[in-house]
Design a protein around this ligand. Structure first.
Ligand SMILES: Nc1ncnc2c1ncn2[C@@H]1O[C@H](COP(=O)(O)OP(=O)(O)OP(=O)(O)O)[C@@H](O)[C@H]1O
Ligand SMILES: [Mg+2]
Length: 286
């Protein structure tokens, strides 16, 4: 399912002393099956933007198309339920998402809301917990007794339980240990290969380079760039302008290129692909 933003503006607390326009004329298209990152300085509007994809926020002006749903300033809550089945949002702060008495009830909440019985959903909940590295002993615990990383995993499982075609993930690896973060991103990549469209907000540029097909760069509520990760990270002026640091592997690669090494940088996504290209270029030199 594709996502199209048409000149979207969003203002918090309009006509109050705290009025703040967080999105300023945002237009872009994410195609069906893409894995797209959204990056930008803190406060640049990333969370505000993604909350429009499942109509949690409605645009102050402009429109959003998610598949055949049209989200406009006057969209009524009634029409939104079906959209939420197709576009699942994992919040930046899992505490906003978790509210049930037990982990089981929290993960089962979405499907139950869409008419599946608790009994029917139980095997699926258990499978999702295993998939996200959550011990089944937590099933009957309160989500509020869990660590930050465990809460995050429960929140992700709760959205996966709905099996949405679009997964919108707002800093899903915050609070996860490094291995947990990579495992979770690998899971998203696998789901992407199976056909889901993924929108990933993150401050981790290594993940953007490694996992994303394209990146939206936000600055002060407007789109500064929309391109493949390698083109974004090779653009030093852009990075300076938006206050973002390139991944370490890119910095090393740029120094090698500056010192005269010929590298096919389009192929570099992580340390092993960099090493591969270095070995290749040395071979070419012989
Ligand atoms: N509920 C709110 N009421 C008023 N202003 C808000 C609200 N939420 C966000 N803002 C403002 O809107 C702007 C964009 O916020 P947003 O949360 O979308 O940024 P972000 O890019 O997700 O930041 P971060 O990287 O810190 O998560 C910020 O200036 C913020 O102060
Ligand atoms: Mg945010």
């Amino acid at each position: 399912m594709s996502i199209k933003f048409h000149d979207v503006f969003y203002t918090y607390l309009p006509k109050s002393p705290y009025e703040h326009t967080a999105l300023k004329g945002v237009s872009f298209e994410i195609k069906d099956g893409e894995f797209v990152g959204i990056i930008g300085h803190t406060g640049s509007g990333k969370s505000t933007l993604v909350q429009h994809i499942n109509a949690l926020l409605l645009p102050s002006s402009g429109e959003i198309e998610v598949d055949d749903f049209l989200i406009a300033p006057d969209t009524k809550p009634k029409g939104v339920k079906n959209l939420r089945k197709k576009a699942g949002l994992v919040f930046q702060f899992p505490e906003y998402q978790l509210f049930e008495e037990t982990v089981f009830k929290d993960i089962a909440f979405g499907p139950k809301n869409f008419g599946v019985t608790e009994q029917e959903i139980r095997p699926n909940v258990e499978e999702l917990m295993k998939l996200l590295g959550l011990d089944l002993n937590y099933l009957d615990k309160s989500p509020f007794e869990l660590s930050g990383g465990q809460k995050r995993r429960v929140a992700i499982a709760g959205i996966l339980a709905i099996n949405p075609s679009i997964l919108v993930l707002d800093e899903p690896t915050a609070g996860l240990d490094p291995q947990g973060a990579v495992d979770t991103l690998d899971l998203f990549k696998k789901l992407n290969k199976e056909g889901k469209t993924i929108v990933l907000v993150t401050h981790e540029m290594d993940y953007v380079l490694q996992y994303c097909d394209k990146v939206i760069v936000l600055k002060d509520g407007a789109i500064e760039a929309f391109d493949e990760p390698i083109n974004i990270f090779m653009n030093r002026r852009l990075l300076e302008r938006v206050g973002i640091e390139a991944p370490l592997v890119i910095k090393i690669m740029q120094q090698l290129i500056d010192s005269g090494m010929k590298l096919n940088y389009g192929k570099i996504r992580d340390v092993s692909s960099l090493v591969e290209q270095i070995i290749k270029s040395r071979g070419d030199c012989k």
